[in-house]
Design a binder for this molecule. Structure first.
Ligand code: HEC
Length: 329
């Protein structure tokens, strides 16, 4: 072998070693993130730093039960985290900001408290669009006040019949816009229709038709899926407020009342019953959005503002009204 050939080989060997060894070294350096149920400490660490545009390697393990990892408002496949095993993912952020990461597997009553923060720094290529305040803020809605409808239909209103009536009336286009629908409760729209010459049950059908026309089959399907994954454990599969954790929440509520002598304004409550027409038909989409964005602040209702996109929240809301209206399937 010639000297130059030998040199080339050495260079190649060193180079290829570097190619393999560098990521390996990086990998070994990446700290292992431990997942534990909220009572056991939740995520450790619960604050992670990242830079815009730079891949972030993450490694996880669970110290107790099965958990999951996902970042709020990010289109990503959740990562399952099994006890005693190591799972991994790589994320790249294209916007700076404070993100929330959360557990995606129901690991207990306080599952939703398993949240952590991802601080992403750096500059973004496109300047951010200024965020407008949510509707409940601009409308100055009191999210915690009772909002019961004074009248409710005698039977479930039919969106199919309502859609037919809307076609016949042909003069209600303003009702079928997000701006109209989001700001009004169903009962308000029912009352707005009092001059329409329709019977009460027809008016309720039109309301159902308007509500359905503000969602798409895809949006509705997404709302249904998000509801099953994130809400049903408390609010119940059919919205009855009777999910698997409902009793635990009620018990926690009684306990907190006792320790606080009942003077704590916001104590744990039983989950809201979405199959109650007075509650749901008395609530505007904007009000429900507010509660979902902000949470109950101590009632046991988690805040989802940093987890879901606005579109996902509107889809959830559209699905929640299906506990009241008969939608064609
Ligand atoms: C850990 C239990 C729990 C989970 C999970 C949960 N909720 Fe709730 N939710 C509650 C409780 C308790 C209340 C009643 C107290 C309150 O309104 O703050 C409530 C109230 C609400 C209300 C207010 C209803 C009204 O009439 O004012 C809305 C809207 C709501 N939840 C939506 C959701 C959605 C959507 C999800 C899933 C993304 C969800 N909740 C997940 C416990 C939960």
């Amino acid at each position: 072998m010639k000297r130059s050939e030998l040199l080339t080989r050495i260079v190649i060997t060193i180079f290829s070693l570097g190619v393999v060894a560098l990521p390996l070294a990086l990998w070994a350096q990446t700290p292992l993130i431990h997942a534990r149920i909220a009572e056991g400490g939740g995520w450790n660490p619960d604050v992670i730093q990242a830079k815009v545009g730079e891949p972030l390697y993450l490694k996880f393990t669970s110290d107790d039960v099965m958990h999951g990892f996902a970042v709020g408002q990010m289109d990503m496949q959740p990562v399952d985290i099994e006890p005693g095993k190591v799972s991994e993912t790589t994320l790249t952020f294209n916007k700076p900001g404070i993100y929330t990461f959360f557990c995606t597997r129901w690991c207990g009553l306080n599952h939703w408290r398993m949240r952590g923060t991802l601080e992403v720094t750096g500059s973004e290529t496109n300047p951010p669009e200024p965020a407008s305040p949510p509707l409940y803020v601009t409308l100055d809605l009191n999210l915690d006040a009772p909002h019961l409808a004074e009248v409710v239909p005698t039977e479930k209103a039919s969106a199919r019949r309502g859609a037919e009536l809307l076609r016949q009336l042909n003069n209600l286009p303003t009702y079928q816009s997000p701006d109209y629908y989001r700001l009004r409760s169903s009962v308000q729209v029912f009352q707005d229709l009092s001059g329409s010459g329709l019977t009460d049950s027809q008016r309720w059908d039109v309301v159902a038709g308007i509500w359905q026309s503000n969602t798409t089959p895809e949006g509705f399907a997404e709302g249904k899926e998000l509801y099953a994954q994130n809400c049903a454990a408390c609010h119940g599969e059919f919205g009855g407020g009777d999910g698997v954790f409902a009793d635990d929440l009620a018990a926690a509520g009684t306990a907190s009342m006792q320790t606080m002598n009942g003077d704590m304004a916001m104590s744990m409550q039983t989950p809201a019953n979405f199959s109650d027409p007075q509650r749901m038909l008395g609530a505007s989409p904007a009000l429900l959005q507010g509660k979902i964005l902000r949470g109950g602040m101590g009632t046991g209702m988690p805040m989802w503002g940093s987890i879901f996109t606005h579109e996902q929240i509107w889809n959830l809301i559209a699905y929640m009204y299906s506990f009241q209206f008969d939608y064609p399937r």
